[in-house]
Design a protein around this ligand. Structure first.
Ligand SMILES: Nc1ncnc2c1ncn2[C@@H]1O[C@H](COP(=O)(O)OP(=O)(O)OP(=O)(O)O)[C@@H](O)[C@H]1O
Ligand SMILES: [Mg+2]
Length: 241
């Protein structure tokens, strides 16, 4: 499907249409995401902001192949991800997406270096080389000497940086970060996002960030607003018919 008027020369990374998710039924039914349309391009850093409970995490989960929508579809590089079978979906999550969960989702019994190395190990890379690459990524996010520690020994902000290192280690084309700086101080948050942005722009990847953190707004190429399950796009993205 093509837009009525072409507004950007950048290739489309993600195109979501009519994306809808509800939880519960009857009187307790909550429509967390309601008919959301979204286009994210390669070479851009797109921010989504909105109040708590507005559906941001639910939407990211559907875009990333983690949570199946009740309605609508998600095309990533033109392919409808929710028509994939479970194996294909797992491959998609491993190979195409780097996801930072709002609550980190680190494996508590693995060291921080092992946590960061997981995407490489799942891709059958050599164990020692994967751990050594993980240590490099940890150094980049300011955790040079934390590789042998268990996540429980780290502060919230340090765990958040481990999650970021794990998302970027295998250089996925699309990065999806859910509140990646919520536990970081202003300087560290800006440093991490600036690093990620430089990487993206260099390599023409796509990054989608959900954030409450106005301190990092300066890095956004575009900011969309989520409210009560609806996403209000910028004028160039509206595509109304
Ligand atoms: N698994 C679930 N079961 C039932 N309700 C859910 C579930 N996940 C989310 N919800 C509901 O959907 C709505 C949107 O939740 P969501 O986590 O997407 O919001 P959010 O914008 O990410 O909020 P926050 O900024 O606090 O992280 C909320 O009302 C929430 O209670
Ligand atoms: Mg959330």
């Amino acid at each position: 499907m093509t837009a009525d008027h072409e507004t950007s020369v950048k290739a489309e990374a993600i195109v979501a249409t009519g994306l809808t998710k509800w939880f519960g039924a009857g009187e307790t039914k909550v429509t967390a995401v309601n008919q959301v349309g979204l286009v994210a391009h390669f070479g851009e850093m797109l921010f989504i902001v909105g109040p708590s409970g507005s559906g941001k995490t639910t939407m990211l989960s559907m875009i990333s192949g983690i949570l199946r929508p009740n309605a609508g579809n998600v095309k990533v590089k033109g392919a409808d991800i929710w028509t994939l079978n479970n194996d294909q979906l797992a491959d998609f999550r491993l190979n195409t997406i780097g996801f930072v969960f709002q609550d980190y989702h680190l494996f508590p019994r693995l060291t921080t270096a092992e946590n960061v190395a997981i995407p490489l190990i799942l891709k059958q890379h050599d164990w020692n080389e994967s751990i050594s690459e993980a240590r490099k990524q940890l150094a980049i996010v300011g955790l040079k000497n934390r590789g042998d520690m268990l996540p429980v020994k780290l502060s919230g902000g340090e765990q958040q940086r481990v999650a970021i290192a794990r998302a970027i280690i295998s250089r996925p084309e699309i990065l999806i970060f859910d509140e990646p700086t919520a536990s970081l101080d202003g300087d560290t948050g800006r440093m991490i996002i600036a690093f990620v942005k430089e990487n993206i722009l260099n390599e023409n990847r796509c990054i989608l960030i959900v954030t409450h953190d106005a301190r990092i707004n300066e890095y956004a190429d575009r900011i969309l607003h989520m409210e009560d399950g609806h996403l209000s796009a910028g004028a160039e993205d509206q595509g109304t018919e």
